[in-house]
Ligand binder design. Structure first.
Ligand SMILES: *Cc1c(COP(=O)(O)O)cnc(C)c1O
Length: 351
């Protein structure tokens, strides 16, 4: 087969679902101040600096444990469940994707909060499920009515920063015909977690990540917490050795040595978020109440505003035409010096 023929036939040979899916092109631009993706603005944890400096990684010529047992033990004591409730992954993206592949049959519906995490409809489509958005204003009973095999909730929600109440989530779980995924990527920034639901219901998985509060986005470590039987199904699909050895060791180290570092940053972030929200209000915006490490503010002509911010070296995330919201900007919260600069640039961009 000639190279040219191979190149043109490539896409045709792929699963049909892929023709409607584009490669994700986020976060590749270089900029001075990146407030677009909610990763930590407080650098890598001290434990990682120590791990890298102190001859850490001497055994990186060997495979890590197949399913990250040491990390499972560390996470289990951090979240207060048994280690066999945990499934780890190459970022929580991997846990979400593996869960959808494990529990979704072709042609079935995945009902998801809308707007919410943009990868969910993509994972659903790739697995040949039908993604169906449920608006934020809908009552909890709307999810079960779709007959969805998988329901996806996110709290605090990306991109709005808002939370769903415990009562709302429990009502979704109790009426769900299938599995309910509760994405808690931003759990460390808020008080209420739904981890306890995983010990009371056998159709719930809570996913979490080391990419946001823990400052390890580049090392790709995430996990799910569920009834052990659910976690094993996800693990079957995920496969062994998915978590790299450095990521595993770094996540163990941060849970052991840097919880105070993380909590101090979270406390500072919350103060800065409050100040930033007040500044946005003074600029005439009405940001939504956020329980995450970012602020979400509806604006007109979001893409144009983001482009103007980019010209001053500040990257934020712009959204167009979101359901029940319209255009909006999502801005990560960092040290105050950054936020002050961002406010000044926003004032220009909003003119
Ligand atoms: C950032 C984010 C993730 C993905 O995190 P990784 O662990 O880096 O893959 C998952 N869900 C939500 C809602 C997020 O915002």
């Amino acid at each position: 087969m000639s190279a040219a023929r191979g190149a043109s036939r490539g896409p045709e040979l792929a699963r049909e679902a892929l023709s409607a899916i584009r490669v994700y092109e986020g976060a590749t631009r270089m900029c001075r101040m990146d407030l677009s993706d909610n990763t930590s603005q407080w650098g890598i944890p001290p434990s990682l600096a120590a791990l890298l400096g102190a001859g850490g990684g001497a055994d990186f010529n060997r495979y890590p444990g197949p399913y990250g047992r040491d990390l499972k033990n560390a996470i289990a004591s951090y979240v207060g469940v048994d280690a066999d409730a945990i499934v780890t992954g190459c970022g929580s993206d991997d846990v979400l994707d593996s869960t959808i592949r494990a529990f979704g049959e072709k042609g079935e519906t995945l009902a998801h909060l809308d707007p919410s995490f943009g990868m969910i409809p993509v994972f659903a489509s790739v697995s040949r499920l039908r993604p169906l958005g449920i608006p934020i204003s809908a009552g909890p009973e709307q999810y079960a009515k779709t007959g969805a095999r998988i329901i996806y909730l996110c709290s605090p929600n990306n991109p709005t920063g808002t939370t769903l109440s415990r009562d709302y989530i429990e009502r979704v779980v109790e009426s769900a015909p299938g599995l309910v995924i509760i994405d808690e990527a931003y759990a460390e920034f808020t008080a209420d977690s739904m981890i306890d639901l995983t010990t009371r219901y056998d159709n719930v998985i809570v996913t979490r990540t080391f990419s946001k509060a823990f400052g390890l986005a580049g090392l790709r470590v995430g996990y799910g917490v569920a009834a052990p039987a659910i976690s094993r199904e996800v693990e079957k699909v995920r496969g062994p050795y998915k978590l790299n050895a450095l990521g595993e060791q770094a996540a163990i180290a941060v849970l052991r040595d840097d919880l105070d570092w993380m909590r101090t940053n979270v406390a500072t972030m919350r103060e800065n978020r409050q100040r930033f929200v007040e500044s946005l209000r003074q600029l005439g915006l009405a940001p939504l109440p956020s329980e995450a490490n970012f602020v979400f503010a509806p604006v007109t002509r979001a893409l144009e505003r983001a482009e103007r911010l980019r010209r001053s070296g500040i990257e934020v995330r712009a959204f167009e035409g979101l359901r029940e919201i319209g255009d909006a900007l999502r801005i990560s919260i960092g040290p105050w010096a950054m936020m002050r600069e961002c406010v000044a640039a926003l004032e220009e961009a909003l003119r």
